[in-house]
Design a protein around this ligand. Structure first.
Ligand SMILES: O=C(O)CCC(=O)C(=O)O
Ligand SMILES: [Fe+2]
Length: 326
């Protein structure tokens, strides 16, 4: 917060999914070009109606308006599912993100982590239906990425089989709290980070800005980042997508998993201080799938091992941040 943010204009490609079956090669080359440069792109002309996105945002608002003691009956678990509040500490900041979030999965990691119907009627069915729509769209991206990397078309789709109980994909509903200026020192919305997953679909609400990206990573194990940010403004019906570390590794670092954050609002003239709701669909493979790029740059790891290693790297980086600031 002591240094003003440096901004640069980057063009984040807008890729249309219209008429997908007849345009797979064209869409593939657009997706590959975006993945090889900034690792971020925006999907338009896709299959998820704006009304369905809004319905999930409304479900999310209903969930977050429940009392904390109710939400805490489905607490965040080591399986990367459940509810947390002000508890995610990013290695980049060493401070908790000021938000609450609820992570939902398709499979057995969600056992006992859905609230009962008597508490929030229709929420589970609504959310699972939305997750299946996100999955269907994600599978189109997976086909294109497989083709772009020279794998069989169904290679990544088979590795993300949501009908199997060990699927690790997550829909995360997020609620950042309204902030009163002046913003306290050490306050972060979402500290800068790269995602661990394969590819993320991010839904934002128009007017609730804050997402910023900072490209510049060469290898997925590296934490260094540049210092020039680009704002990604929410547009009704558009979906912001980014490559995660898993696909960066699975492509031998050819596709870039890019740092991003939700900016801490500090300047009432330009920043958004109100509540921010977002929905992030993190594609994560089945726990037992094998991950290795076509050039075999990294040893084979399973989907479960990849996430375990990512968590350990994160933990180590966090300890270094804490040690450096004390
Ligand atoms: O809330 C957002 O807009 C971004 C969230 C995010 O980057 C994350 O949870 O990984
Ligand atoms: Fe993220």
């Amino acid at each position: 917060m002591t240094h003003p943010t440096k901004y640069s204009e980057r063009t984040i490609p807008r890729i249309s999914m219209r008429d997908f079956p007849n345009r797979i090669d064209e869409i593939t080359s657009q997706l590959v070009a975006a993945a090889e440069t900034d690792g971020f792109f925006v999907l338009v002309g896709h299959e998820i109606p704006t009304a369905d996105i809004e319905a999930q945002f409304q479900a999310s608002e209903r969930f977050f308006s429940l009392p904390d003691e109710v939400k805490l009956t489905v607490p965040f678990s080591k399986n990367n599912a459940g509810y947390e509040k002000n508890s995610q500490i990013r290695p980049s900041t060493g401070k908790p993100d000021r938000k609450e979030s609820y992570q939902m999965q398709f499979g057995s990691n969600m056992d006992s982590l859905w609230l009962p119907e008597s508490t929030i009627a229709g929420f589970k069915a609504q959310s699972l239906s939305f997750m299946h729509k996100c999955q269907s769209l994600s599978e189109k991206l997976m086909l294109c990425f497989a083709r772009g990397l020279g794998f069989e078309d169904d290679y990544f789709v088979k590795a993300h089989d949501v009908s199997r109980p060990n699927i690790q994909t997550v829909l995360r509903a997020i609620h950042y709290f309204e902030v009163e200026p002046p913003t306290p020192e050490g306050y972060y919305r979402a500290g800068e980070h790269a995602d661990w997953d394969f590819v993320t679909l991010l839904f934002q609400r128009p007017g609730q800005s804050g997402l910023e990206i900072c490209p510049g990573r060469e290898v997925f194990t590296e934490y260094g980042i540049g210092d020039e940010w680009t704002k990604v403004e929410p547009v009704l019906g558009e979906i912001v997508c980014n490559i995660g570390d898993m696909l960066m590794s699975w492509s031998d670092d050819r596709f870039k998993s890019t740092y991003h954050r939700v900016k801490t609002p500090v300047d009432p003239a330009v920043d958004y201080f109100g509540p921010r709701y977002s929905l992030a669909f993190f594609n994560q493979p089945n726990a037992d799938c094998k991950i290795q790029g076509p050039m075999k740059k990294y040893p084979v790891v399973t989907g479960a091992e990849f996430i375990d290693m990512a968590m350990k790297r994160n933990y180590k980086a966090l300890q270094q941040t804490i040690a450096a600031s004390s």
